[in-house]
Design a protein around this ligand. Sequence first.
Ligand code: COA
Length: 700
Amino acid sequence: MSKELDAIFRPRSIAVVGASKKKGKIGREIIHNLIEGEFEGKVFPINPKADVIHSIKCYKSLLDAPDEIDLAVIVVPKESVMDVMKECKEKGVKGVVLITAGYKETGEEGAKREEELKRFVRSAGILLVGPNCMGVLNTDPDVKMNTTFASAKALPGKTLFISQSGALGQAIIDYSREVNIGLSKFASLGNRADVSVNDVLNYCADDPNVELILLYLESFGNPRNFIKIARELSRRKPIIAVKSGRTAAGARAAVSHTGSLAGLDVAVDALFEQCGVLRASTIEELFDLAKGFAEQPLPKGNRVAILTNAGGPAILATDALAARGMQIAPFSAQTRDQLREILSPEASATNPVDMTGSSTALQYKQCMDVILSDENVDSLLVIFVPPIFLHTREVAAAIAEGKRQNPGKPILACFMTGEQDEEGGIDLLNESKIPNYVYPESAAIALSGLEKYCQWCRRPAGTIPHFEVNRDAVSEIFARCAKEGRKFLTILEAQEVFQAYGIKVVPSKRVETREDALSFADVHDFPLVLKIVSSTISHKSDRGGVILDIREESGLLQALKLLKSRFRPAEIDTLLVQKMIKGGKETIIGMTQDPTFGPLMMFGLGGIYVEVLKDVSFRIHPVTDVDADEMIRSIRGYPLLTGIRGEEPVNINELKDAILRISQLVGDFHQIGSLEVNPFIVSPPAGPCSCAVDTRIILT
Ligand code: COA
């Protein structure tokens, strides 16, 4: 574990500057939490007006503290913060947690104040958490530090929680206790002027006391660094995140399909997918997932068994599991026979196992033993709706015993007891480390989260291939555009760019005269396509600007006449004759710049329906071979590419190759603002080579 953040998470001495005697004041609560939590180091309250705070000697200034100070927690008004910071420097304080608000979050003045603070700590070599934060805590038995002012006490455990929101901190600590998630460390990072989420992740990467990582994020400071860290870390420690807020990706680039399709929160989803972070949509879902991960073995696959004493909740669970791609485990014949011997004749011995309302605690235990021994079962959900004659504690004890004897597979419980469980069954489940859910759907979310995580761990890391390309040819085209002050490449220039990067493009020629068109027809066989190229009309098929399947010279000349009569000269940049590509499937490959995440690559089913179907996938650039594969496989229409109803499958490798080559192009030329190949026609392996038909490149 890197030692750098030890000053923040493992200080040997803490000064609270702005400590107070007055109950309810932040400076008082922090001292109280440090003392009550039995911090293993020394505590020094600092306040010019007090001699003693919380029965501890108080010092007038940091400089009066008799010992070295590792960490200063600062709770003084913003006007006094810089004076205290200077004292920190003089005293040799290594880390600061700055609770005080009134910085970047308040506007321009505050942002300036924060900039000054940041410059100061960087030059003084002080690590700063905050400002505008709630503090940090570390429950490790050799530290036991709580510098937050939360009234709730965290349960010790193996989870790291990093929160950008301080205000949520109190609720998070409270809630984690309620749902029995023990925290190893909690860090509310506030405005993140200095110490970032990435820094804390790095710090805890090899911490044996951290086995699960939960994040509440509002924005990303350095998403590329986050990808790098999380991609590696998530294979060892599950990371679950709630990301609030939406990005405005693509809003600026809405001129292209890629831009308009990227307008949702897709960059964040793509980022999490690429680094194995599970995304929760709410704090509640975050904890539902976290409960599933905490102190449970990981499942070997997606086959779930359900054991219940009521049919309804089992149906709800089945539906919720199926909707998330989970399988209801098919039991072996032996399992079914053994279950029949245990259960009453009215009960169902197939999965879900409905023992009926008259089942006993003993039957729960016996069925668990049988089900968990079946090799077709990867995990178990036990549902219990308490009837009058059976106590929750009895059933919980049976399940706990079942778990003790079958420790290899995850077991989740759903005790539908309502708010109160006076019999203490849920407490017993908590003590036995069996996560309990109020609703079966929440348990289903947790089980599918476990499976998704396991899939991530099995996924190969992937590589970024390097292709031999003609980079100089592209540089020349871009230089010419820059010299002419043009941002839009002509379609033929864009084609040249893609060709230089090894992507086959459909043979095309600019047409001004009849002779241009006829000479193209001499070289390339019919059928041909004649289309307009226009910088003002983006959906040219809708306006009759594309004439397909021209089969002879007379048809070509007629089409030429028609297009010239259909559009005003100002609407047409040029006319283009192209070879007509028959067969294959239309796809789209694009890139748009996200203001936070940089280039965002897109793949989907292309052609004129792309914006209606929105069947697209995104990845943050650069994409690996595994990412490219996943981009292709994750669209809903993927079966259309693999061949349905006797159709031939298309050449997925050519598609993958094109995505990776375009990714290399984007990496080589940062001046590309957006690009798009729509359609990229992908052919069956035995058919003609797949190729780009319409292309567009816009420079920044
Ligand atoms: N050195 C030591 N103590 C100092 C000091 C200094 N330079 N300047 C002031 N103090 C003492 C004060 O005397 C006072 O002690 P007292 O309670 O014994 O009178 C104490 O520090 C606090 O100062 P006070 O002026 O009473 O401020 P406050 O407690 O009303 O507010 C903050 C201070 C930091 C809490 C407030 O400015 C603030 O930022 N509040 C928002 C905090 C927040 O929400 N953070 C984000 C959480 S998510």
